[in-house]
Design a protein around this ligand. Structure first.
Ligand code: JB2
Length: 216
């Protein structure tokens, strides 16, 4: 058995995650990427593709982190590695400020400069990106992503798989539905329905988005 962490992905998000994990004193043993070409990312070797996950689990890896920015893929791969017996770890910057009453799931990335306030809940596989501020009693649904600089006032609910672009702001008690996408810089002042794209200040629904496959 090893305590080293296996990271899925070898792109930009993986780079950030490797440094978050290292800052927390953890060791990243290898990267698993759709492109298994041998190479290194920040000194960590790519050691294979997803087909190797089962053998690596049997070989002693027990901890994994899914560093894939695509929300749907991250949720699918998160569930897959859990089904293989891996424990998902969190990657939380020591430069983030987390309320002691905030609730965290697993497989979550919290970048530098983030503030998460009292009794907020961050569900599995969410990304709270650089400098985002999540106020009291917010709920961030499974595998959602608040991009850098997002500001959520109190009691905001973000649905699973939703994406809030860089610099979004959301007024108190608003709900953003599952798989919704809110464009960069938008100001959300009213509920955004699931599976829609919303843009602008104030944010308006621009169009519907296809619902993710039920099996994903
Ligand atoms: O099914 C897969 C798979 N599909 C693509 N399994 C595994 N293990 N890996 C997969 N990949 C790999 O994800 C690609 O081969 C590629 O190496 C990586 C995606 O890299 P990219 O840099 O394009 O995106 P990212 O997901 O690392 O980062 C995105 O999301 C972040 C949150 C970017 O938009 C970043 O700018 C953003 N900060």
């Amino acid at each position: 058995m090893t305590d080293d962490i296996l990271v899925l992905g070898a792109g930009g998000h993986a780079k950030v995650v490797i440094e978050l994990l290292r800052a927390g004193g953890q060791v990243v043993g290898g990267l698993i990427d759709a492109d298994p070409t041998p190479r290194q990312v920040l000194g960590v070797p790519v050691i294979g593709d997803d087909q190797r996950l089962e053998a690596l689990r049997e070989g002693g890896y027990q901890f994994a982190f899914v560093a894939l920015g695509d929300n749907l893929l991250r949720r699918r791969m998160g569930r897959h590695v859990q089904a293989l017996g891996y424990q998902l770890v969190n990657a939380i910057s020591p430069a983030a400020v987390l309320s002691p009453s905030a609730g965290l799931g697993v497989g979550i990335a919290v970048m530098a400069g983030v503030v998460i306030n009292a009794e907020a809940r961050i569900e599995d596989l969410a990304i709270v990106n650089t400098g985002a501020r999540i106020d009291h009693d917010c709920v961030l649904g499974e595998a959602c992503h608040v991009a850098p600089g997002g500001v959520l006032a109190g009691e905001v609910h973000i649905g699973p798989l939703a994406f809030l672009g860089a610099g979004c702001s959301v007024i108190p008690r608003v709900r953003v539905g599952a798989s919704a996408v809110v464009g960069a810089g938008a100001c959300v002042t009213a509920d955004i329905p699931s599976h829609t794209l919303a843009l602008g200040v104030p944010a308006r629904v621009a169009r519907a988005r296809p619902a993710p496959e039920a099996s994903s």
